[in-house]
Design a binder for this molecule. Structure first.
Ligand code: FE2
Length: 170
C-alpha cells in the first residue's frame, strides 16, 4: 500500500519530469538558433529521455492502482545568451531533480514502502549519470568552446547521440 504522501510526491514527479523535457527542448531550440545542431540534437534526445521518465512514473503509479493527475507544465524561463548557459543551467537543474528523487525516496523509506524504494533505485543511479554527463559537457565547453574549429568538432560529436528507450521496464 502506497501512502497518500508518497502518491502525491510521485504525481508531482510526473510533472517535474515533463518540465525537464520542456526545459531541454528550450535548450535544444537555443542551439538551433546558434547553428549548433549537434548540441541541439543532444538536448532533443535528453528531452525524449525526460518524457520517458515522466511515463515511467505514470506507469508505476498506475501499476499500483494510483490515479495520475496531469498538471500544467511551467514555461522554461532560463535566460540563455552564451553557448555555456544551457550547460550550466542543465547541471543546476539535474542537481535539483536529484534532490526531488531523494526526497521521494526519503518519504518511502520513512514508511517502509520498499516497493517504491526499489522503483526509485533506478532513478537514483540515473541521476548520478545525468550529473556526470552535465559536468562533462561543461568541462568540454570550457576546454574547446572558445576555439571555432574545436567547437565544430564537439558539435559533431554531440550530433551522434541517438535516442534509446530507458533500460527500466515496468
Ligand atoms: Fe529525469
Amino acid at each position: 500500500m502506497i501512502s497518500e504522501k508518497v502518491a502525491a510526491l510521485l504525481n508531482n514527479q510526473v510533472n517535474k519530469e515533463f518540465y525537464s523535457s520542456y526545459l531541454y527542448l528550450d535548450f535544444s531550440n537555443f542551439y538551433v538558433d546558434q547553428g549548433l545542431n549537434g548540441f541541439a540534437n543532444w538536448y532533443k534526445v535528453q528531452a525524449q529521455e525526460e518524457r520517458d521518465h515522466a511515463l515511467l512514473f505514470m506507469q508505476y503509479m498506475q501499476n499500483n492502482d494510483l490515479k495520475v493527475t496531469l498538471e500544467a507544465v511551467d514555461k522554461p524561463t532560463v535566460l540563455l545568451k552564451e553557448n555555456m548557459d544551457p550547460l550550466k543551467a542543465g547541471l543546476k537543474h539535474e542537481i535539483h531533480v536529484t534532490g526531488l528523487i531523494h526526497n521521494i525516496y526519503d518519504a518511502a523509506y520513512q514508511e517502509k514502502d520498499f516497493r517504491t524504494m526499489q522503483f526509485l533505485d533506478w532513478f537514483v543511479k540515473e541521476q548520478g549519470e545525468e550529473e556526470t554527463n552535465a559536468t562533462d559537457l561543461i568541462k568540454k565547453m570550457d576546454l574547446f568552446g572558445s576555439d571555432p574549429k574545436s567547437l565544430y568538432m564537439l558539435d559533431n560529436e554531440l550530433a551522434a547521440r541517438v535516442y534509446t528507450a530507458p533500460s527500466l521496464v515496468l
